[in-house]
Design a protein. Structure first.
Length: 210
């Protein structure tokens, strides 16, 4: 009888839902019999070295995983590396903007009325000097060519929230990348164990025939 999805046990996951690769403790049991061929198992492990489970179930329902839902670990790793790079570029920009908005808020709190002179980066090698009048609002780029005006205090709160969220996401991505590399190692060990088992089995059969 074919195994149904409901009968497949849920695998252990990390906090972001990436499944932990199962370690093959008993190779013979894993293969199914002492005389079972190992090529398909080794091939599956080699494919799984770059696999990640794709789970399509709703977050509001119990998550059921099935072997047919496997996708490449390397795909997930590359995706995380791209997100990591984006956050590492984004966080310094948020920090610089936050420093400037905090300065405007501090000047407002101190009732400083005279204009402020500063320099602004136009590109990597070009800066311009400007005089900034006192203001109660700032304009922030939100991405996708969208800029909105905010009161200084609201902009400060928004930037602090965005910075905290970006730093949290970055930490999660770093943890996920380490977790994925650990799972790849487990699958490589599984591959080696099955291969070595087959070598020992062939050697024993050769001794028996001789």
């Amino acid at each position: 009888m074919a195994t149904t999805i409901e009968e497949v046990p849920k695998l252990e996951e990390n906090p972001r839902g990436i499944p932990r690769a199962p370690f093959v403790q008993d190779v013979e049991k894993h293969l199914g019999s002492p005389d079972a061929e190992v090529e398909s198992s080794i091939r599956a492990f080699q494919e799984a070295i770059s696999l990640v489970y794709l789970y399509m179930a709703s977050r509001s329902k119990p998550l059921i995983l099935h072997p047919i839902d496997i996708r490449k670990y390397k795909y997930m790793e590359n995706n995380l590396l791209q997100r990591k790079k984006g956050l590492e570029e984004k966080i310094p920009d948020i920090k610089k903007t936050l420093v400037m908005v905090q300065l405007l808020q501090d000047r407002k709190n101190a009732d400083i009325t005279e204009p402020m002179t500063g320099t602004f980066e136009l590109n990597d090698t070009l800066w311009a000097e400007a005089v900034v009048d006192n203001t109660d609002e700032v304009y922030l780029w939100l991405g996708a060519n969208v800029m909105l005006s905010y009161p200084v205090s609201d902009a400060l709160t928004l930037l602090q929230t965005k910075l905290k969220g970006a730093q949290t996401n970055l930490k999660g991505i770093v943890d996920d990348l380490e977790f994925i590399r650990e799972q790849v190692t487990v699958m490589e060990v599984n591959t080696a164990r099955v291969y070595n088992y087959d070598v020992r089995r062939r050697r024993q059969k050769g001794l028996t025939k001789s």
